[in-house]
Ligand binder design. Structure first.
Ligand SMILES: C[S@@+](CC[C@H](N)C(=O)[O-])C[C@H]1O[C@@H](n2cnc3c(N)ncnc32)[C@H](O)[C@@H]1O
Length: 257
């Protein structure tokens, strides 16, 4: 926690809004997508999806696959509490929706479905496309599956498996947008990144969640920034964006969202 607070202070000092951003590509992304204040109709569905989870008092047995929880001490957890603590926030789900929309991302991949709070955003923003989402915990995945069905997210394929197993089976699949939100550990994050380099194209975007969750996650992010295939990066504190567009200069931005 102390680490995150220190990192946040550094971020506040360094970060900017669109002013001073000379890259038209990043300027447009920031002004037309990050700061887009449109109240999309689909935001109501995102809200309903969230509210229905907040009302769900079922207790499930959670299998821990990732870096572990800093909140829960046992593996018996109430769905409503998982939604409130492990799920993407309302603001970020809306941002993910806008990004998917803005990039016209058709094939999207999420590592770490949890209860599907981000999956539903990817699904609604991408009605003519496909969302693949991977979740290792069977009981969590089962609730996500029921929720996504109840909200008619038919373009979503949920895979209940370990990330590593699924990543090795992606073969030639190519994704426009990849959202990595699970197992926040340096080696694992770098492994997912390296593996997914086989499944992207020039205009793909990979979003890494919680890049300042720990010192080792910041190290992972710094290695990703340096990678020769990565051109533009944006640090928004909670998310790191990696772009691969060959036509862009290698340039790193720190933007307040
Ligand atoms: C922070 S939660 C995801 C939140 C979700 N993306 C959302 O927006 O609400 C991370 C999830 O990743 C899953 N996970 C972590 N490591 C995994 C692994 N190695 N394989 C499969 N699932 C994993 C956990 O079980 C957990 O449900």
């Amino acid at each position: 926690m102390l680490y995150q607070a220190k990192q946040y202070l550094k971020f506040l000092k360094k970060s900017t809004n669109q002013h001073g951003v000379h890259s038209p590509f990043v300027y447009n992304l920031v002004t037309q997508c990050f700061y887009n204040k449109t109240k999309y109709k689909d935001y109501t569905t995102l809200k309903q999806y969230r509210e229905s989870l907040y009302k769900n008092n079922t207790t499930i047995s959670v299998t821990d696959f990732g870096a572990g929880s800093r909140i829960f001490k046992t593996n018996q957890r109430q769905v409503s509490k998982i939604a409130k603590t492990a799920g993407i926030t309302k603001k970020r789900a809306q941002l993910l929706y806008r990004i998917t929309n803005y990039l016209q991302a058709k094939n999207t991949l999420e590592l770490g479905t949890s209860l599907g709070l981000a999956t539903v955003a990817l699904s609604l923003a991408n009605k003519n496309g496909n969302v693949t989402s991977i979740e290792g915990c069977p009981e969590t995945a089962q609730i996500a599956k029921q929720q996504l069905e109840a909200f008619h997210c038919k373009n979503t394929t949920l895979k209940t498996s370990n990330f590593n197993t699924e990543l090795h089976q992606l073969n030639t699949s190519v994704f426009d947008l990849i959202y990595i939100d699970g197992n926040h550990q340096k080696e694992a994050t770098l492994h997912y990144f390296e593996s997914l380099l086989h499944n992207i194209h020039n205009d793909s975007l990979i979003i890494f969640d919680d890049i300042h969750w720990s010192a080792s996650m910041t190290e992972a992010w710094q290695e990703i920034m340096k990678h020769p295939k990565v051109t533009v990066t944006i640090d928004t504190f909670f998310w790191g964006f990696a772009f691969f567009r060959k036509e862009q200069e290698k340039e790193h931005f720190t933007i307040r969202v």
